[in-house]
Design a protein around this ligand. Sequence first.
Ligand SMILES: *[C@@H]1O[C@H](CO)[C@@H](O)[C@H](O)[C@H]1NC(C)=O
Ligand SMILES: *[C@@H]1O[C@H](CO)[C@@H](O)[C@H](O)[C@H]1NC(C)=O
Length: 314
Amino acid sequence: MYLALRSTLAWALAVGPILANAASLQKITSDFGPNPRNVGFYIYVPDKLAANPPILVNPHWCHGDAQVCYAGSQYSTLASKYGFIVIYPDSPNTADKCWDVSSNETLTHDAGGDSLGIASMVRWTLDKYKGDPKRVFVTGISSGAMMTSVLVGAYPDLFAGGSAFAGVPYGCFAGDGYGVWSDACATGKVTKTGAEWAALVRAGYPGYAGWRPKMQIYHGTRDEVLNYTNFGEEIKEWNAVFGFGDAPTSSTPDTPVSGWTKNVYGGSDWFQAFSAAGVTHDIRNQENTVVEWFGLTCTGADCFQWGQGGPTAQ
Ligand SMILES: *[C@@H]1O[C@H](CO)[C@@H](O)[C@H](O)[C@H]1NC(C)=O
Ligand SMILES: *[C@@H]1O[C@H](CO)[C@@H](O)[C@H](O)[C@H]1NC(C)=O
């Protein structure tokens, strides 16, 4: 018994450091900055990190959590391959694990809500790992897509790009309080002009007149949870924010999936909208397309970064 225990201990000591070095999802419990809503902070830091690593933020969907989101996509595998860090925030809303995309606080730069907790995670990670402040990106599905729009809208200084799958426009869930579900928005009853949507986005960071992150959206035409109308509203919103016309500058069928149509708006490949024919809310993630467009597969000197190309002040 004693010997068995000892040999177990010896084995644990011998392989311990190896196990400790094998990258896995970690929870950060130290103080990482303002986090008024107590959003959980999980992070995946690959063993082989790029110099000044880029950061990808991947908020989960409703009824999901950081662990499930981490396990359910290719992002950690791609992070290990290319050396970037992935932040998996965890919603404090235990009732349905949806994100707070409704409160004025979350919709406003550095004002509070879930978005501020996530912004603090990004700032802490940049500092701790000497991350590249010009290569921070965000992507998510459903509630994670809504949070993507919120972060891109309220923190255009922090993110270089966003990719939202089956979400809604920034500001569409705006309501009285934290984590309020908007049936009107979900069912496609909230429609505005592009100018009205853009005014909401601008109000997310009053006085900000700088560069805006590039944006990519995906939506199934048969989405039964967040009606496809929201896709058209998002197109109006981001086109107005960027100052682009409403007509696509290019349209490519069967991209990246058969039956999906990729529309590009404006110049510089700045805003992409993928319409997925016949697809419900259960839309398939496209990790490779996303990381490639963010330039996270780029390991050279001229990788896409914040402030590069695209429209400037709006
Ligand atoms: C939203 O919050 C900001 C910052 O706290 C505040 O300046 C603004 O007046 C608020 N807007 C509304 C509509 O409550
Ligand atoms: C989306 O909303 C439109 C307009 O109300 C409706 O006709 C359509 O059936 C809805 N789509 C789904 C998949 O529920």
